[in-house]
Write a protein that binds this ligand. Structure first.
Ligand SMILES: [Zn+2]
Ligand SMILES: [Zn+2]
Ligand SMILES: [Zn+2]
Length: 256
């Protein structure tokens, strides 16, 4: 079995949004507190995180992450990236591996050049960029991942399949025709769903459900949610078909 923990389920602002006093930002329901989107995946001795947003340090402490075998990046938007510096605790004698497509790694190296230099100032993160190819499986420890290319507005980014589960956030088009095979037979789909209204670079809740139906995924969880709809409201509206994720939610998924 593979264990998934939602480290964060909020959109780029997080919830509450700074200076916002709307009902969701003021909600007493702990599930309405959403840090920036990220998940932890564990199988046997292997632990992998997808994306490191601003709260990575807080998320790692809350989830008691004591070791990490690698971080996969979906894209280089700051809400998925800016916690990278705290990976330095995981780079000891060996460089710590981060995985993504070439353009994403190039942006990461431009934002954090000091983490990749041959000569490094003592104490900085020491990272090894590992280039992955769309739909070509690769292994991190015991877990095999398959990068799934999707559109995020005008940008081509990646989600990841592992066993019978997939994590696809910041998506506005799942490119179903080219991804048909890699998306087939999913038990669990974690999918970005921003809000009720449409958005140019993110699925709405309805669009995320439509995509999940097309894929035929059994269990569907929303992530990357904004402050327009409360957890409770999403839960009621989509009960039976999809569930809103929430920070600290844990799931178990079959490997194959
Ligand atoms: Zn995002
Ligand atoms: Zn708000
Ligand atoms: Zn994004």
């Amino acid at each position: 079995m593979t264990e998934i923990e939602f480290l964060g389920t909020g959109t780029s602002h997080g919830i509450p949004v700074i200076a916002c006093h709307c009902p969701v930002c003021s909600s007493a329901d702990p599930r309405d507190k959403r840090w920036r989107s990220s998940i932890l995946i564990k199988r046997g001795c292997t632990s992998v995180v997808i994306d490191t947003g601003y709260e990575f340090r807080l998320q790692a402490l809350r989830a008691s992450i004591d070791s990490l075998d690698g971080v996969l990046y979906t894209h280089a938007h700051s809400d998925h990236l800016m916690g990278l510096d705290d990976l330095r605790v995981f780079s000891g004698h060996d460089r710590f591996s981060i995985y993504s497509t070439e353009p994403v790694l190039k942006t990461i190296e431009a934002v954090f050049p000091y983490a990749f230099r041959t000569w490094q100032y003592k104490g900085v993160p020491s990272l090894r960029p590992v280039t992955i190819e769309e739909r070509r499986p690769f292994k991190v420890g015991e877990i095999e991942f398959v990068p799934i290319p999707v559109m995020h507005g005008m940008m081509r980014i990646v989600g990841y399949r592992f066993g019978k589960a997939a994590y696809i956030t910041d998506v506005s088009d799942i490119l179903y025709d080219e991804n048909k095979e890699v998306l087939s037979g999913l038990d669990t789909l974690i999918i970005g769903a921003l809000r009720s209204r449409p958005h140019w670079s993110h699925f709405s809740f309805d669009q995320a459900v439509e995509a999940a139906d097309r894929i035929g995924a059994e269990n569907v969880y929303f992530t990357h949610i904004n402050h327009e709809t409360s957890h409770n409201e999403i839960e009621q509206r989509y009960s039976g078909r999809a569930k809103p994720g929430y920070d600290t939610l844990k799931l178990e998924v079959r490997d194959e």
